[in-house]
Every structure is written in structure tokens, then in C-alpha cells.
Design a protein around this ligand. Structure first.
Ligand code: PMT
Length: 221
């Protein structure tokens, strides 16, 4: 990759998990570490982009001066930050593992154990950030999504690509060793709007980020 394939482009990136509060001490979350999204932010900045990194709760740090980081906790906060940042951007890369549901009620005090009875949590849907950005995408803006799958990978990924109005989708499968959550490597395929699929070998998340950024650059002329 040339060092300037994204020169002066404004890129919004979501990364990490979201936490959906149950009460002041508990939440619903997932295993995303933020490594893939932070690698995308670093590589984009190294290649000349001005990055807005919207990060869920992770323990990673950012160093590049061209990364402006916005820390959020819940899907709703991530949605608000993304909807604010995307209209002024050239591209969005949605790498966060966003909770699809949240508890309808967030208890104000710690929930106590009630004898031996069962406990029910009622969940309501969160907004789909990718689909919401896809719906306001302007001519010339490029929107990239991820699909994290465990089965029927290609079919599920293609349906997300269309439903969320993405320009391409990065598929990673938990069936591949060394891919997905937490590890320092990933194995991806990129599926574009023409239905064309390109497979890549297992690489470091930095290397994967370079492949994704190079693909993005071809669409950002
Ligand atoms: O953070 P790491 O530990 O490095 O792990 C990286 C990763 C596995 C989290 C990453 O590579 C990845 O696959 N991210 C997307 C995870 C995900 O939630 O996939 P999904 O198939 O459920 O969602 C599809 C797309 O819609 C994603 O772009 C997601 O960001 C987006 N989405 C989903 C739900 C929602 N409410 N809003 C969204 O924007």
C-alpha cells in the first residue's frame, strides 16, 4: 500500500463491543477486544486519513495524532456518535460488535437475589447503526461493514450487505482458527456489491486492515 492512499480522507470507524446495562454492576456484552477496529484506525491514519474512532469499552490505546477517539459504552451512545460523525465523512467502517438488544429496564440499584426463583430479563431491540448510516449515505460516500458468522457465512454476509446498503462487507467466521474475537490475527473474505468474493489468508489484524483499506481506497476516487 502506498502511504497516502487515504490522504485527507475522513473515515469514521466503530470498534469494540457495546455494554448494555442491566443494573449499576452488570451488563450484557460480548467478546470483542477492539483489536480489529483499532488496527483499521491506525492503518487508515498511517495512510493519510483523518480518523474518527468510535470505541466501545476496550482496554486499548491509540497513538496516532490523526485519530480522534470518542469513547462510548452502549449501542445507543455509539449510534448517536456515528450518526453525528458520518455526514461529514468520506467513508465509514463498521467493525464494532454492537449488541442487537438491551434490557428494557435498567435497574437503578443492584438487583438482589430473590430466594431460589428464576429471573427474567426483557430485551428490546437496539438501533442498527450500519443500516441507519446506509440509509443516509450520500453519493460518493463509501460504507463498509463486517459480518461475524458461525454458519451459512456467505449467505448471511450477502444479505447484510444488501439490507444495510453497504459497498462491501468483510466476512470473518468463528469456524476459522485464529479468526474473530480477541486474537491478534484474522482471516477474512471481502464480498462486494457485484457479488464478487475475494478470500485472504490468515494474517495479523494489521495486515488484514491494510487489505481492507486498499479495497476502500479503490472506491474512494
Ligand atoms: O474486536 P476484536 O476482538 O478484534 O474482534 C473483531 C470482530 C470479530 C468484532 C470484528 O472483526 C467483527 O466481525 N465485527 C463485527 C461484529 C458483528 O457484530 O457482526 P454482525 O454480523 O452481528 O453485524 C453486521 C454489521 O452490522 C457489522 O458491521 C456491525 O458493526 C453492524 N451492526 C450490527 C448491529 C447493530 N445494532 N449495529 C451495527 O452497526
Amino acid at each position: 500500500a502506498s502511504r497516502t492512499v487515504l490522504e485527507k480522507k475522513k473515515i469514521v470507524i466503530t470498534a469494540g463491543p457495546t455494554y448494555e446495562k442491566i443494573d449499576p454492576v452488570r451488563f450484557i456484552g460480548n467478546y470483542s477486544s477492539g483489536k480489529m477496529g483499532f488496527a483499521l484506525a491506525e492503518v487508515s491514519a498511517q495512510q493519510g486519513a483523518e480518523v474518527t474512532l468510535i470505541a466501545g469499552p476496550v482496554s486499548l490505546t491509540t497513538t496516532h495524532p490523526n485519530i480522534q477517539r470518542i469513547d462510548v459504552e452502549s449501542a445507543e451512545e455509539m449510534y448517536q456518535a456515528a450518526m453525528t460523525a458520518f455526514p461529514g465523512a468520506d467513508a465509514g467502517i463498521l467493525c464494532a460488535a454492537v449488541a442487537d438488544y438491551r434490557p428494557e429496564i435498567q435497574a437503578g440499584e443492584k438487583i438482589k437475589r430473590e430466594s431460589k426463583g428464576e429471573m427474567m430479563l426483557h430485551l428490546i431491540p437496539n438501533k442498527d447503526i450500519a443500516a441507519s448510516l446506509g440509509a443516509i449515505k450520500r453519493e460518493g460516500q463509501v460504507l463498509v461493514g463486517f459480518a461475524l458468522e458461525t454458519n451459512n457465512e456467505a449467505t448471511n454476509a450477502e444479505s447484510k450487505l444488501k439490507r444495510k446498503n453497504l459497498d462491501f462487507i468483510v466476512l470473518n467466521s468463528l469456524r476459522d482458527a485464529g479468526a474473530g474475537f480477541r486474537c491478534d490475527t484474522n482471516k477474512i473474505s471481502i464480498i462486494d456489491r457485484q457479488g464478487e468474493t475475494t478470500g485472504y489468508p490468515l494474517k495479523s489484524k494489521q495486515g488484514v486492515a491494510v487489505d481492507i483499506v486498499n479495497k476502500l481506497a479503490t472506491l474512494l476516487k
